[in-house]
Design a binder for this molecule. Structure first.
Ligand code: G6Q
Length: 546
């Protein structure tokens, strides 16, 4: 694989020169000069339609970006991931979330072992269990059926399940209530359970490692909450199941190992929503719909693997994103789903993208001398329009946007959907083409207000459309971003699959906890600020009397 430093490669240097030539080109000119632009700069795959014509790119930009991908041996990287090579170098692991959605007749080997039958065996067990909970056959300790499912997990063991549950609510049973507890703040557990009946509640403890502080604390609190009502330790087996790779820790916690659903170390937390970590999703939408979700993910996997790079959605979006980060110094990307069901999608992407590519060390251990991951943020449209869009339209920063919308509403009410879609198209149009001072003046606006009412435009966006929000289209959308992240990580030459940056804070918290809780005044050896904060808290803690 190409290991010469990224910024010294011919395509990077050519892009740097090209940037100087095109940086002032306006989308107004690009569209005016080329009537075919919109038809040419669109792409379809796995049920998604991408219009990327409103980006600050020319055919030459695309050509050079594709050269950059080739110089980084992107196709070879893609093959290595799908093959199960240990591409997560710092953890010496394969990266095989794509195997989770491979059909039964596929064969994918990790260390000489075909993992596809294992994956389908777990899926089959999950399906049986989900059906039992859904149809009331799974009884709580006192013989009542389950009415509420509470997923306890954090990070990758929470954000995926909660996003998918919200996204696919239209497909979910309304007979069951779903709650998600993640934060170690006791408020999260207290509020999620305050109106629940322990006899009718099922906890899913979702933790790959089964050692995560927040999850184990919440799981312990849940066990105590359950036992306080049901008294008998035997009740735990009817009210707790675990999703984990760590069978020993699950048994130690007291969960019947028959009620453990496993997965594998080659599934990263933030890539695990379609593994057993998706149990809450499967109970909500049912096994058949869960398989439709897997089919959507698989369709995008196949597209990513097979489509030529210049017609490959994740590759195109990844390269265009890299163009803004690397050359326009854009710091962020706004993800703007025009669908209320996708309200947690930006939060999900925040982890997927930033935990994966928020790195500054290359795979060779060198410091990067270029920007890596953009900051992802967003809110569903049209809400965001009444909040932060002002800055995107008229602020001093360049914020590339991803608009996501669906042709057919799941809740067709009057002309709501036409209104929604008119807004998404209008926003992308306004950002790209703006409104000149001359246009503002022509409307008779007072001279003093003209600068305030002018829109510079030239603000780039992608528009991603699908016919309807379905399990399949959600799956395609998720895999689109997974592979966009992969594309960028491969070119930036970083490990997109580790997350060492979360470790230091965890270790320091472990040191601080006994200092907060000690009965005698501890000898504090932190910096002066941390020492003072600890003393301040200890003062309040003594007053509160636990
Ligand atoms: C994701 C991260 C992280 C992880 C959580 C929960 O890629 O690894 O967000 O998912 O820390 O970990 P457990 O599932 O082990 O509790």
């Amino acid at each position: 694989m190409n290991r010469s430093p990224l910024t010294q490669r011919p395509a990077w240097k050519a892009l740097a020169m090209h940037y100087q030539e095109v940086k002032n080109l306006h989308l107004r000119e690009l569209f005016a000069q080329d009537p075919q632009r919109s038809a040419r700069l669109t792409c379809e795959g796995a049920g998604l339609y991408l219009d990327y014509s409103k980006n600050r790119i020319t055919d030459q930009t695309l050509h050079l970006l594709l050269n950059l991908a080739n110089e980084a041996d992107l196709e070879q990287h893609i093959r290595a991931m799908f093959r199960g090579d240990k591409i997560n170098l710092t953890e010496d692991r394969a990266v095989l979330h794509t195997a989770l959605r491979a059909p039964r007749d596929r064969s994918i080997e990790v260390d000489g072992h075909d993992v596809v039958p294992d994956i389908h065996a777990v899926l089959d067990r999950l399906s049986v269990f989900s059906d039992q909970v859904r149809n009331g056959a799974w009884k709580g300790f006192t013989g009542k059926s389950i009415r509420t499912v509470v997923n306890i997990g954090i990070g990758g063991s929470d954000l995926g399940p909660v996003m998918a549950y919200e996204a696919l609510k239209a497909y979910a049973t309304r007979e069951l209530v779903f709650r998600f507890v993640s934060n170690v703040d006791g408020t999260d557990f207290a509020e999620a359970t305050r109106d629940l009946n322990p006899e009718e509640t099922l906890f899913i403890v979702s933790s790959k490692t089964f050692t995560t502080q927040e999850t184990m604390t919440n799981a312990g609190t849940a066990r105590a909450w359950c036992l306080e009502a049901l008294k008998e330790p035997a009740a735990i087996a009817r009210h707790f199941v675990a999703v984990s790779t760590n069978a020993a820790k699950v048994a130690e916690f007291g969960i019947d190992t028959d009620n453990r659903f496993g997965f594998w170390d080659w599934v990263g937390g933030r890539y695990s929503m379609d593994s057993a970590i998706g149990l809450a999703t499967m109970i909500a939408i049912g096994p058949a719909n869960f398989r439709r979700l897997l089919a959507g993910l698989y369709a995008m996997d196949e597209h990513f693997r097979e489509a030529p790079l210049n017609q490959n959605l994740p590759v195109l979006m990844g390269l265009i994103g890299l163009w803004y980060t690397g050359f326009f110094d854009a710091q962020t990307v706004a993800v703007l789903p025009y669908d209320q069901y996708l309200k947690r999608f930006p939060a999900y992407l925040q982890q997927l993208v930033m935990e994966s590519n928020g790195k500054s060390t290359t795979l060779d251990g060198a410091q990067v001398n270029y920007q890596t991951s953009a900051i992802y943020f967003g809110e569903p449209g049209s809400n965001g329009q009444h909040s932060f869009y002002q800055l995107i339209h008229q602020g001093t920063k360049l914020i590339p946007c991803d608009f996501i919308a669906f042709g057919k509403s799941l809740n067709p009410l009057g002309h709501h959907h036409d209104l929604l879609m008119s807004n998404v198209f209008a926003q992308a149009e306004a950002l790209a083409f703006g409104k000149t001072a001359a246009e503002v003046k022509a409307e008779g606006i007072a001279d003093g207000l003209v600068p305030h009412r002018t829109f510079e435009g030239n603000r780039p966006s992608n528009v991603i459309l699908a016919e309807q929000l379905t399990p399949e289209s959600l799956g395609s959308l998720i895999a689109l971003y997974e592979h966009l992240v992969f594309t960028q990580g491969a070119i930036w030459n970083i490990d997109s699959f580790d997350q060492w940056g979360v470790e230091l804070g965890k270790v320091l918290a472990q040191r601080i906890l006994p200092e907060l809780e000690s009965a005698t005044e501890p000898e504090l050896k932190h910096d002066a600020s941390t020492n003072a904060l600890i003393r301040k808290y200890r003062g309040w803690r003594q007053e509160q009397r636990f």
